[in-house]
Structures are given as C-alpha cells and as structure tokens.
Design a protein around this ligand. Structure first.
Ligand SMILES: [Zn+2]
Length: 467
C-alpha cells in the first residue's frame, strides 16, 4: 500500500507544468499504477504543485532573532521605525535593545539616510540596530560606551561589528528558539531546504534541536575545524567585500580596502581549503570582488560558489565555468530606476547587476536564495520575472528551477529539488492562480508544504474539504 497519493495536481516537473498525480511512499516520490491502493488520497483539484523551494543562502539564526527580538524590516517610514523602537524599549526595560532589518531606502522620499545615534539616545540602555544587509549597525551612546567605540553618527560597519558581541550574542537557549522559529517561518513560505551559514555556536544548537526542514550547513572559514564535513555539513564561507547599501562593496571609485583580500591572498586562502577537499562560498558583490572570485576559482579542482555576484565586470562570464552563481533575486527590489542602486552606483550599473538572463544564456549554474531580505522565494521570483531589464529577466519556469533544483548541488543533496520518482517528496502546493496572477505572486504563501512525504505546514483553510 502506498502512503499518499496527491490527485489532479498541476505539477512542475522537467521544466513544465502538467496535469498529473503524485504518489509518495516512505518519504519519496514513486511510480505507481492506478490499481495500487493508498493509505490516504488528496484531490488537489488542479492546484499548482512545485518542488519545495531550496533557499541557497540563508542566515536562519538572524531570521529567528529578528522574529523574537525587534523586527524593523516591515517599517515603511522613518517615523514607523522610531515608534516601533520606542515601543519595544518601553516593553523591554531590562534588556539591551537589539533590532534588525531597517532599510532607509524603503522609507519615504526625503528619509533616505541612515538611522543615527542622536535619534536613539532617548534610550539610556544600549541600543544596537542592524541595517537590513547585516553589514552595518547603528548604536546609541550607551551602546557605544559599552563597547568602547567613538562614532559621531553611531554607525559601525563590517569587521568592527565583531566588537558588538558582548551586547548582541544570544544565549545557547535563545539560539535554539530562534532556529526553531526560523524553520517554522521557512516552511510557511514553501521552503523545504536551506543552506545556512553558521558559526560554531549555531552548529551546536542545530545538533540539539529537531527541525522539520532540511538544513545544509556551511561554516564561516575562521571557525572551520577538521572533521566538520560530515553529512549535511559542507564547505566554508568567506567574504571578499561588503554591500552596496552600506557602501562597503568593492566597487570602482569607492574605498580601496573594501576588497578584503587581493587575488593573490584569496587564491592561496582557497588552495589551502581545496587541499582538504573543502569547497568555498565567497561573498562578492562589487565588480572588483566578483572578478577576484571568478579569477581565483577559474582552475579550481572542486566546485565553489560565488554568493551574490551582483555587479558584473565586462567579459567575465566565459571564465565562470563550473562555479555556481548563488544569487538573490529579491535584491532587485533595490535595482529599479530611482532606487538604491541607481542612487549609489549610477544608471550604467542598472543593466549590469544581477544578470540572471545572461547567466542562463551562458549555460551557467544558477541557484537562488533570499539572504533573508526578506526570506520568501516567491518574493524573489516576482522580481526575477517582472524586472524591466533584459539582462535580468527570466521566465517563471526558469526562476522556479533556480529556486529548486538550482540549489540541490550547493546543498550536496542530489535527491531534492525535483518532482520525479526517487526524489524526496518535498513539495509546495499553491492555489489555482499561482503562476498566472502576477499581482499576488510577490507575497504568495503556499496552501501546504510537504517534506519527506509529511505535511509540515498547512494554511488554515487549505484543504478543509479534502479526503
Ligand atoms: Zn548572507
């Protein structure tokens, strides 16, 4: 007897949608003939079924902390953000205030400047607020004093953020709660697997919680230890530059030392890991960092990934080879005319960033992820399919592939990312308008998420009359 049959789905397999049934047994998709009985059947009535999303670039701890601490990502004006901070400070009188996700570029016209120390000095306790990109934070006077930093505007960037550890480091217990919250949120967005970047504490917490979602872990290079690579633990993460929003990307005309390692330094760094069979995920956003990463990986004996690959140097694509491009289509939210990238980089770069169309035309490996800005595969797919720029725009089906099987390789799991016999039954099921109603795609949530054949998430009204 087969465990479960999903009847009459409009199913994404082999790159197209087709009407068919899906049979699931012992957690995997199986071929079946109609005479075989099933323990349970669900009639999908033509609803869309796609492979569970694979988010190839996440920070699950931060996502969870943002949920359980102060979340500023949804604030659409400066007033909104400041009111939320004040309210939270009132309600959490004995705590250091740690917030996440503010993004001045999303606020009203005239408010496109960073939060600053003076605005936060109403609070006598330390306040630390991370900008959405995680590459900078703004501190109030009490927080600066605690960590012995002097900053007129309160802004702390890049490596100096490490000094904030005494104020922001979560307890072992808090990490476990955060990971659990993040996993619940991820499955409610239709994700069934993520690649997460972890430090030692987070790695330990993962071993002490049981989560419904598949998590592959890549560890920050400075915390790598021999013996790390077992099971789903794979590879190290490092950085060649910062972000566009914080102006710390390695971009021509910006600060020279935004490039954190020269080509020579990075190549020898990489070789040391490759000798041990460890692959590298390198953060590269500015065109100088992207070029450095591509050059260093050109003759690599193993497959590595370039995380973000945003600004594209001319003539680079033919050198990318088997390196996986790990992109965030949701970053296009800042890449529209008049947006953050336009302001920071100028018009010419609007057609030379996040060039998904060109990556695919070149036959390169493209994996989509969110970097949790925000977490939400459909939010990214919306931008990749609706962008006005030719170099970026890809089809809905291509975007689905990048957000599903595109990531399987990075997660070292050849049995995820497709709806096909032998693969894990990891699925996201959407309503009948999923692929056709572009107005709702951006915030579209699944009706049901299935992992290893088990329903791990179901929206309240999803299948009230099923079975
Ligand atoms: Zn990241």
């Amino acid at each position: 007897m087969i465990d479960l049959i999903l009847r009459n789905g409009f199913v994404f397999s082999d790159g197209i949608f087709e009407d068919h049934d899906i049979a699931i047994d012992k957690g995997k998709i199986v071929t079946f003939n109609d005479r075989e009985p099933a323990k349970k059947e669900i009639d999908l009535e033509g609803k869309y079924v796609v492979p569970g999303f694979i988010d190839s670039h996440t920070h699950m701890l931060n996502l969870g902390l943002q949920i359980i601490r102060l979340d500023l990502a949804t604030c659409i004006t400066r007033q909104d953000a400041l009111a939320k901070i004040k309210d939270y400070a009132q309600k959490n009188k004995n705590k250091v205030i740690v917030g996440y996700g503010w993004d001045e570029s999303n606020w009203k016209k005239g408010e496109h400047y960073y939060l600053n120390k003076d605005e936060l000095d109403f609070c006598k306790k330390p306040v630390v607020l991370y900008r959405r990109d995680g590459h900078m934070a703004v501190l109030n006077s009490a927080a600066l004093k605690k960590v012995n930093l002097e900053k007129k505007d309160g802004v702390v960037k890049e490596e100096e953020l490490n000094l904030l550890a005494p104020l922001v480091t979560p307890s072992a217990e808090e990490i476990k709660v955060a990971l659990t919250k993040a996993a619940s949120f991820a499955i409610s967005e239709g994700a069934t697997a993520v690649r997460d970047f972890v430090d030692l504490k987070t790695l330990k917490a993962y071993s002490e919680v049981s989560l419904p979602i598949k998590v592959a872990k890549s560890i920050y290079a400075n915390e790598y230890f021999d013996g790390f690579q077992t099971g789903t633990n794979w590879g190290v993460k490092t950085f060649l530059d910062g972000s566009i929003g914080s102006m710390t990307a390695a971009h021509a005309g910006w600060k020279k030392d935004n490039l954190k390692m020269s080509l020579k330094e990075f190549a020898s760094f990489a070789q040391e890991f490759w000798r041990k069979g460890v692959s590298i995920a390198v953060h590269a956003i500015g065109e100088i960092a992207v070029e450095t990463a591509v050059e260093a990986f050109y003759n690599s004996p193993i497959t590595n990934s370039i995380e973000h690959f945003e600004l594209m140097p001319d003539g680079i694509l033919e050198k990318v080879g088997h390196t996986v491009i790990s992109s965030q289509p949701n970053f296009l939210q800042w890449a529209l005319p008049g947006g953050l990238y336009d302001n920071r980089l100028g018009r010419t770069w609007l057609t030379k960033n996040n060039s998904f169309r060109e990556f695919l035309d070149e036959g390169l490996s493209l994996a989509f992820g969110s970097d949790c800005m925000p977490f939400g595969p459909n939010y990214g797919i919306y931008y990749a399919t609706s962008t006005p720029f030719e170099n970026q725009k890809i089809s809905f089906e291509e975007a689905l592939i990048a957000y599903t099987e595109g990531g399987a390789r990075l997660l070292r799991n050849p049995l995820i990312g497709r709806i096909s016999p032998g693969f894990y039954a990891d699925l996201a099921i959407f309503d009948n308008k999923y692929a056709t109603d572009t107005n709702t795609l951006k915030n579209k949530k699944p009706l049901m998420t299935v992992i290893n054949g088990k329903i791990v998430y179901e929206s309240a009204r999803a299948f009230a009359d099923a079975e």
